[in-house]
Design a protein around this ligand. Structure first.
Ligand SMILES: NC(=O)c1ccc[n+]([C@@H]2O[C@H](COP(=O)([O-])OP(=O)(O)OC[C@H]3O[C@@H](n4cnc5c(N)ncnc54)[C@H](OP(=O)(O)O)[C@@H]3O)[C@@H](O)[C@H]2O)c1
Length: 287
């Protein structure tokens, strides 16, 4: 099987690439920065430096691929970028596996990023090519490292989710689950909802960090809007801060607590827990 992975060098892509190589797949991967690619991708990968706007390069890559992972960063034009790639894949008749986001938000009135995923999913479902969608919940690799600086410097975290849990998922499990969907055309038309094994609250995450480091962690309750203001004050740009606020508000409503069995059924084993992630990445949380 020949697989093309786009957006391959971010938080998720390298895990998918590694899982594909472990199954003997011939992997081509795209992103813009070759030096970064050499640092984060399995050396067996054929890396092709390309912007999403380089349609000739991408069309040639799609032509040789049996399946493509449609993975692009969030941003104001994510849906446009993804719909254009779906149109290119339709021309080459390449099977598309699209990475979406938190399932409960993917509706026409969800947070902006989820609305964009909804639009791109609709476009894909109408394209006349085989397709599958994976909807991962929030990545551990996004939220947990973001807590780490405040833990190291002040021994505390902000909690914008109140008593809501969040079924955070480890990108390593996503990589293995997504590799299965890329390799096996039997997932045609499926929308897999990928979560971790439990949905801890931020208080429970703080307790897990304290148990790992042996140091107390204080939890300070804030609103999603206060959390976004603090991020703006740290220099986060306006679009990202609005995105953060909308996603935190979605999570605080408790709709991202659902735990599914999809990772286990795709990989054959239970997904990693937050405690396991914290143990594996202990260095992030200690000074
Ligand atoms: N973060 C989460 O918790 C989470 C949860 C669920 C779903 N998602 C979804 O996952 C996707 C993001 O995945 P991620 O977090 O792995 O992304 P990421 O870390 O932001 O990585 C983005 C990747 O795209 C490449 N890229 C960026 N701009 C590009 C361009 N103009 N042309 C070509 N390549 C470009 C980047 O490499 P270069 O800069 O070198 O080009 C990099 O490989 C989004 O659709 C998001 O909604 C995220």
């Amino acid at each position: 099987v020949n697989v093309l992975v786009t957006g391959a060098t971010g938080k998720l892509g390298p895990h998918v690439v590694a899982a594909l190589h472990a199954r003997g797949v011939d992997v081509h991967a795209t992103a813009r920065d070759s030096r970064h690619a050499a640092e984060v991708l399995d050396p067996r990968t054929t890396f092709v430096a390309a912007d999403f706007a380089d349609t000739d390069v991408l069309a040639a890559e799609l032509e040789r691929a049996d399946a493509v992972l449609l993975l692009t960063p969030h941003g104001p034009r994510m849906a446009d970028t993804q719909c254009a790639l779906i149109d290119l894949a339709t021309k080459s008749r390449t099977r598309v596996v699209k990475v979406s986001g938190t399932s409960s938000g993917i509706r026409p009135d969800g947070p902006e990023t989820c609305r964009q995923h909804h639009a791109a999913e609709q476009h894909l479902a109408q394209a006349e090519i085989p397709w599958a969608v994976v909807r991962p919940n929030a990545f551990m690799q996004t939220l947990l490292p973001a807590m780490a600086a405040s833990i190291r410097d002040h021994g505390r975290i902000s909690n914008p989710l109140g008593t809501a849990g969040l079924s955070l998922v480890d990108c390593a499990d996503l990589g293995e689950a997504i590799a299965t969907v890329l390799i096996d055309p039997a997932h045609q038309g499926c929308r897999h909802v990928l979560t971790g094994p439990t949905a801890p609250t931020f208080h429970e995450i703080a307790a897990a960090i304290a148990a790992e480091t042996g140091k107390p962690v204080t939890v300070v309750d804030v609103t999603p809007s206060q959390a976004a203001d603090a991020a703006r004050a740290r220099g986060l740009d306006a679009w990202e801060a609005d995105h953060l606020q909308e996603m935190l508000a979605l999570f605080a409503g408790g709709t991202a607590e659902d735990v599914t069995d999809d990772v286990r059924s795709l990989t054959g084993r239970a997904p990693r827990s937050v405690a396991e992630y914290i143990h594996e990445h202990r260095h992030l949380f200690v000074t």
